[in-house]
Design a protein around this ligand. Structure first.
Ligand SMILES: CC(C)(COP(=O)(O)OP(=O)(O)OC[C@H]1O[C@@H](n2cnc3c(N)ncnc32)[C@H](O)[C@@H]1OP(=O)(O)O)[C@@H](O)C(=O)NCCC(=O)NCCS
Length: 153
């Protein structure tokens, strides 16, 4: 599979990853009070679950493998979208983020998706810089949205 290295591998999310994934999202600041991450995962498992992928490293001292990265992609028939991209802080710069995005792009392309995009806060220069490196082009747009289900957490 593309994006794997000796130190980590990419695969589809499995239900048993749930707590580790939510912990990673908390650690890297991706959780928001208005989104219950457990409900986000449950919803994704009902819609294009193969587009929810994780990176894992072999566990230290013969322990179990550890989830060290995630990305949640989706294709709506017009565009592909990326959400919840994260890599473990202590492993930044080792290619996990790139590996996850490349694999998500591959899966989207396999579905015939012509373009992939994502939302990033305008002041999040670190993430914008990362995507610049991956060949993404910035564009100005205003977002608007409406909550249809209020999560209870
Ligand atoms: C964004 C994130 C996933 C990047 O993960 P990572 O594992 O460090 O990324 P990689 O090691 O794969 O880096 C890929 C390339 O981007 C470069 N890069 C990473 N951050 C960069 C930055 N801020 N500016 C410029 N380049 C950057 C790397 O140097 C690397 O370049 P190379 O392949 O030429 O060596 C990670 O920083 C993260 O989890 N951030 C917090 C969560 C977040 O904000 N997610 C995005 C939500 S929209």
């Amino acid at each position: 599979m593309s994006g794997n290295s000796a130190a980590w591998a990419i695969r589809a999310f499995e239900r048993g990853d749930t707590d580790a994934v939510v912990e990673l999202w908390h650690d890297v600041g991706l959780t928001r009070p208005w989104n219950d991450p457990y409900q986000d995962i449950e919803r994704k498992l009902k819609v294009q679950p193969k587009l929810f992928i994780v990176a894992e490293t072999p566990g230290a001292h013969d322990g179990p493998p550890r989830v060290v990265g995630t990305v949640m992609a989706g294709y709506d028939g017009h565009r592909g979208w990326l959400y919840y991209l994260a890599s473990a802080p202590e492993l930044r710069g080792s290619g996990i983020g790139r590996g996850l995005v490349v694999e998500a792009e591959r899966l989207l392309l396999e579905m015939g998706c012509p373009k992939v995009q994502l939302m990033v806060r305008a002041d999040n220069e670190a993430v914008l810089g990362f995507y610049d490196q991956l060949g993404y082009e910035r564009f100005e747009v205003s977002n608007t949205g409406k909550r249809l289900i209020a999560d209870e957490s």
